[in-house]
Design a protein around this ligand. Structure first.
Ligand SMILES: [Zn+2]
Length: 247
């Protein structure tokens, strides 16, 4: 079983998505991450239909300029009505977003409250200086056991803070071309705290769009670099995913 803990099926073109879904029906579980209300509805249409597809209900920091409290109420209703919604995310911080960090933090905090209120794990997008994201999380969480740091791209120090807090780190396709500090973080990360993802189709492979089927490359690379068998890695990631996402 390959588990892609973060992908964007709704961003693939329709034909390619159909091919991927056909192939992924055997031996894959895909967590599709939405970024705004429209992609949330599109994702739910997939997770309602395909038993191996799940939805992480997200609101990307780039979407902050369309935020309204009504979106939270809509998401609450969607969560109550659709079993395939198993997480909140991606939500978080991005220095490239059009609105400043105080607005982003306010929106992020509302989604943290939503996740906590509905007892769902939180998948974080963090492209922001230092450990500011942890300062925000620390206002809400006594540990990071239900938090996933998606597309982890930092070094060992950041990794240790997350792992010491019991948090979960999702390594993406970018580990295949990892710089030394990310490679060291991957080596340091205990299997119990690890998830794997493609962040497809945005994470490119040699200039080409990726798909969730490329998750196999991440598994193979991690198994090799951490010197554990592919079976052991698959079992570990499955166990972690079941613990975090309860599917
Ligand atoms: Zn993403």
């Amino acid at each position: 079983m390959f588990i892609d803990s973060h992908c964007h099926l709704t961003s693939l073109n329709r034909n390619r998505r159909q091919e991927v879904l056909q192939e992924a029906a055997q031996g894959y579980r895909l967590i599709d991450s939405s970024i705004d209300p429209n992609s949330s509805l599109a994702s739910i249409a997939l997770s309602d239909h395909f038993p191996f597809v799940y939805t992480a209900l997200g609101f990307h920091p780039f979407s902050c300029d369309i935020f309204s409290q009504e979106i939270i109420s809509t998401y609450q209703t969607l969560i109550d009505e659709h079993k395939g919604i198993i997480a909140i995310g991606e939500v978080g911080l991005d220095y490239k977003a059009s609105l400043g960090v105080s607005v982003q933090e306010d929106v992020f905090s509302r989604f943290i409250r939503l996740a906590k209120g509905r007892n769902l794990p939180l998948c974080i997008h963090n492209r922001f200086e230092g450990t500011y994201v942890l300062d925000i999380l620390d206002k809400f969480y006594s540990n990071y056991e239900t938090v996933v740091f998606h597309c982890f791209s930092y070094g060992v120090d950041f990794l240790k803070r997350i792992v010491e807090g019991g948090g979960n780190v999702s390594f993406s396709l970018n580990v295949l071309r990892a710089k030394e500090d990310l490679r060291l973080a991957l080596l340091e990360c205990p299997l119990e705290n690890m998830l794997l993802e493609t962040d497809s189709p945005y994470m490119k492979i040699k200039g080409q769009e990726s798909t969730p089927l490329d998750i196999e490359r991440v598994y193979n690379y991690v198994s090799e670099i951490k010197n554990i068998s592919l079976d052991e890695l698959k079992m570990g990631i499955l166990k972690n995913s079941e613990r975090i996402f309860k599917f």
